[in-house]
Design a protein around this ligand. Structure first.
Ligand code: NAD
Length: 357
């Protein structure tokens, strides 16, 4: 066995249908009295439901801030900080996807307040000590153990309203975390176990969600998979796939989960010659792969009926060169050397929507 290092990220997880009702107990267990609730404008009703659960248990929320925004822009964080300072909150409760989790992290790391995170997508941010914040159009990412939410409550009921198409791309975004954990510079057998289990759970459940978005067992399995994949993201150094998506999202304003979904088979195909062991294990976790992980991924994406071309999201053909330039300008550990020409071809295929080979 290769030598390895393993660090467990601390954090409490409460998982299960209806577990949102345990929020008052979680707050009391920690000795808090005045939580500040966070959501996006689209999830105000879920934030209001939380406030009702708390009030019914004699916990008065300090306030509710419902302006969380994609990519954690600094002006929103400043507005939320001004709001929280006027409210004397003693902890923050975020309910939503990665955008709201990001705001909860931004507040928690600035104030030291305990962050109880209630995820409603499959992005996995709740399991990571990573925070991406945007200022003047530039997104900077930092990692700090203090960023990791202290408590996470997974309740499948909150994911039932996640549109099927968003479930698909958010779920593939989660699989991407697991895929890169399998060949990370700091990979280890514990995280690899979680990566394969998480991939399998999502690859089995996401097509069921597309067929029947109201299937609670499928939604619960997807949430379980997303949790494990989130742990992978929080514990592993990410490589080509995540760096490419970061470049494409940041430089060409492409949507986060959709970009991950399009790029993943291409990035995996690029690295495949350098990672035979990971490819074999991954194939075993993907239904229908017949030993070929790329085939398994292509089958999954077909079943999910997702868009396969970056040009469908507004990327221009002339941006391909620029993207390739940026992608090779920052060197980082990757199993296969990151070289301009093959990377340009990877991006071109993803742009055109040609299947990965
Ligand atoms: P999101 O949080 O932006 O949500 C997308 C939209 O769906 C929002 O309008 C949201 O209100 C809505 N929504 C969320 N859950 C819903 C539900 N159950 N029902 C109905 N509507 C719902 O999307 P996301 O993909 O979860 O997060 C993307 C953001 O998270 C990006 O900024 C990304 O960079 C970040 N992210 C960070 C990490 C990390 O570790 N730091 C990890 C993954 C993603």
């Amino acid at each position: 066995m290769d030598p390895f290092e393993y660090n467990a990220n601390p954090g409490r997880v409460v998982f299960g249908k209806g577990s949102i009702q345990k929020l008052p107990d979680e707050i009391r267990r920690l000795g808090f009295k005045s939580p500040l609730i966070l959501s996006t404008p689209q999830q105000v009703s879920q934030a209001e439901d939380l406030a009702k659960i708390l009030t019914a248990a004699s916990i008065e929320p300090a306030g509710t801030y419902t302006n969380a925004t994609m990519h954690t822009p600094s002006h929103i964080t400043e507005e939320a900080m001004a709001y929280i300072q006027s409210k004397a909150a003693d902890c923050v409760v975020s309910i939503g996807g990665g955008s709201t989790t990001g705001l909860g992290k931004a507040i928690s790391v600035r104030t030291g307040l305990h962050h109880i995170c209630i995820p409603t997508t499959y992005a996995g941010s709740e399991m990571t000590p990573i925070l991406g914040e945007t200022q003047d159009g530039r997104k900077a990412t930092r990692t700090d153990p203090k960023i990791l939410p202290g408590t996470v409550i997974y309740d499948v009921d909150l994911t039932m309203t996640l549109p099927a198409s968003l479930s698909a791309t958010s779920g593939v975004n989660a699989i991407a975390h697991a895929v890169e954990a399998l060949y990370a510079k700091n990979k280890n057998p514990i995280i690899s176990l979680l990566a394969l289990e998480g991939t399998k759970a999502l690859a089995e459940s996401l097509p069921e969600i597309i067929q029947n978005p109201q299937s609670q067992p499928a939604r619960e399995k997807a949430q379980y998979g997303a949790w494990l994949c989130g742990v992978c993201l929080g514990s592993s150094s990410m490589a080509l796939h995540h760096k490419l998506c970061h470049t494409l999202g940041g430089s060409f304003n492409l949507p986060h989960a959709e970009t991950h979904t399009i790029v993943l088979p291409h990035a995996l195909s690029y690295n495949a010659p350098a990672i035979p062991d990971a490819m074999e294990k991954l194939a075993a976790a993907l239904p229908g792969s017949e030993g070929d992980a790329i085939k398994g991924l292509n089958i999954l994406l077909e079943k999910l009926q997702v868009k396969r071309a970056l040009k469908d999201f507004g990327m221009k053909e002339e941006d391909i060169d620029k993207a390739a330039e940026i992608a090779v300008s920052n060197q980082y550990p990757n199993p296969r050397k990151v070289e301009k020409e093959p990377i340009r071809e990877l991006i071109r295929r993803a742009w055109a929507g040609e299947p990965a080979r």
